[in-house]
Design a protein around this ligand. Sequence first.
Ligand SMILES: [Zn+2]
Length: 566
Amino acid sequence: MTFRLLLLPLLLTAALAQTPDVLFVNGRILTLDSAGRVVEALSVKDGRILATGGSAALRVQAGAGTRVIDLGGRCAIPGLIETHCHSLGAAKAALAGDYAEFHTIADLQNWLRAKAATLPPGSWIETPRNEITRLKERRFPTPEELDAATETHPVLFVSVTKSVLNSRGWKALGVTSPASKVADGEVIFEEGRPVLLRGGQAALRSVMPVPTPPSPEAVRAKHEELVAIYNSVGITSIFERATDRAGFDYFREQAANERLKVRVRATFRFAAKDGAGTAAYLDKLGLQPGEGDAMVRATCLKITVDGGIHWGTTWLSEPHGEKRAAFYRNSDPAYTGNQSYSPAQMEDIFAAVNRRGWPMSAHVTGDGGAMAVLRAVATVAQTQPDIRDRRFNLIHCYFPTPEMAALAKNLNAGVDTQGYLYYRDADFISQIYGPEWAERFIGLGEWVKAGVPTGLNSDHMIGFDPNHAMNAFNPFLMLDIAVNRRDDHGNVHGEKQKLSRLDALRTLTTWAAWLSFDENDLGSLEPGKLADLVVLDRDYLKCPAEEIRRIRPLATYLAGSAVFAR
Ligand SMILES: [Zn+2]
């Protein structure tokens, strides 16, 4: 008797512990588990999945306190993981000015005219970042075209290291004749007038007003606004791909105050050029690898190895040549791209990072750069085989080959690559690089065939419109691109790079989770994992392929709690 009385509370506690807080029933829930199961119901306890299965079977678990959500036959998928964004940068950029996406030079001129109408004459206007690869004209605007929009305001159009100004702008910079000098730049003259500035960023900033940095409160409010937009398109986790200690501390503070509605996996970018500098950087960072919790975690380090396809600085396996040099207005056709690190420097840095137990990643866009990075990892693996356990993340890596994918697989590396780049830039790549380059461009099929876990993402950095930001971050647009591989001209480059719908979804769920060592918590809907899920307005697996981009989340749940509902 005594024994039973003692046991009873224990049994009750055990039963209560199994009573779900939330129970989803009558759905078509794509679990993304290894068997690809689709279930009707899913129960949640303390933010984690308790069980999945049939609605009737799971209803038995429900108690008086269980909130039952009837999905009414709707499709649900795991919460989506955006594996490359710059959310804090995007919040700050939004405070500095509105973003506009241009498709033509006329779009740019219209934007300038509207802007000039709101500003006193003489004030500088800098156009929002737009890449020349994405303009219909496929070139820099001319000073005359900028003049046609406004002659009363100095205007600056920047493409990272190259700029075009209108007449008023050149005058303000002190460029009045071919003899004029710009301290840290080179002015290109044609027919006696300045048409392009290479470099010269310091000189430009010295004549332009210094922007006042926004207050931390303003950044916080903007960032919360952006996270709500992320949630509205089904994103429940982000990789913040170039943060620092202050950024990390901001995210942790938001989480501690229960104001963070998205999980953050932090990548720390640094610029040290050798192992000793890397160790010094880590000492100063003052974090341990994996430090944090399920909401905010320090996941890896990052260096920037080359430039990009928008500015003619991508590290290719061949010289850029006349056509590319002319397009980018680079002077040397023999140039193969930016090589910010030698192989020896990369080996030194990767070895130092690995010795400290940190996973590593590298921004590398070109195929020459990607092979150099992978060979450096392979060299380190000869003396530090555990570098394979750290899942090197290749970031961007636009032009995979079978050899590259096989080497990545052998090194247990993963890939983070961009959907919207394919959408907006594939036509340009086909024209300027050649069709064979466009067929490899963002070659998802190549990675998947080799078994390399791949995260498809946005590299979102400016603008809050999910479909028209720099870069667009609507995950359903990305799924559409992965499945249909149609660019914004309606063309398909490289049919064999198309993914099945399930594989496409894995780039935003299970494979994405693998990249940050989160496969036991995120990516699929299985007992024990975090209850992050998205309810959709149509069935991702059954809707017509051309409708994938139009899928809208009806509700987004983070740890079983709604963070968005339509
Ligand atoms: Zn980025």
